[in-house]
Design a protein around this ligand. Structure first.
Ligand SMILES: [Zn+2]
Length: 224
């Protein structure tokens, strides 16, 4: 019998990030050895950004299988309908973010962006119930505080964590928008994010990648 292939047992994810729209939002494409991919918070807001996303997926031979939103602020949802229509995927989000989604049109008007709607195909995620794509599963963690029902997605084998705008490198998400609350945000960071292994990579909605251990030591806003 052949020795088991480590990669087959412990599937590791690969990640590509894009910086999209005028809010400089990070959109992530995550895939495993089956080449199935998840698209997290697509912020592509124009033809050029849409092309960047689809060209990458095509060039890598990826099969889009899952569309996820960490939360539904405008900069994280601008490309949802494009992804839904292009790849025939339902949007997976927390039901508690529906208000945030609908409120995004107020922001769209303010920033001169066209109105947009919640996609017709929506599946509501539950914290604690993992969500799969390819041969991988992401844990769905409840991390409110920046937005009322923000979720984070965690892949333990890869030690990857997608947090939306909960925490950034040496910073935290703003809490002055509707549904924001600093105490709740600090609790999410301390009791969920800071309990993961120090070497966990944090992929935030803006800015650079960081790690749990680095933030526990040097985040000036939320200390352990
Ligand atoms: Zn946000």
């Amino acid at each position: 019998m052949n020795a088991p292939n480590f990669k087959q047992i412990c599937s590791m994810l690969q990640v590509k990030s894009f910086v999209f729209n005028e809010f400089q939002e990070n959109t992530y494409v995550v895939w495993d050895e089956t080449l199935a991919c998840a698209i997290i918070d697509p912020g592509c807001s124009n033809y050029q950004e849409q092309k960047q996303l689809t060209n990458f997926i095509e060039m890598e031979g990826l099969k889009p299988s899952l569309l996820l939103n960490t939360h539904c602020h405008i900069d994280h949802i601008l490309g949802n309908n494009f992804v839904v229509d292009t790849y025939q995927l339902p949007l997976h989000m927390h039901e508690g973010e529906l208000f945030t989604y609908q409120d995004a049109n107020r922001w769209a008007a303010m920033f001169g962006l066209p109105n947009f709607e919640v996609p017709h195909q929506v599946v509501f995620l539950q914290a604690g119930t993992p969500i799969g794509f390819g041969s991988s599963q992401l844990e769905v963690l409840s991390t409110p505080g920046h937005s009322v029902a923000s979720l984070s997605f965690y892949h333990a084998e890869s030690q990857f964590l997608f947090v939306g705008d909960v925490i950034f490198q040496h910073s935290i998400g703003r809490t002055d928008l509707p549904g924001g609350n600093f105490e709740i945000l600090a609790k999410s960071i301390r009791e969920v994010i800071y309990t993961l292994p120090d070497t966990t990579c944090i992929f935030s909605g803006h800015g650079s990648i960081t790690q749990v251990g680095e933030e526990k030591k040097n985040n000036p806003f939320v200390k352990l």
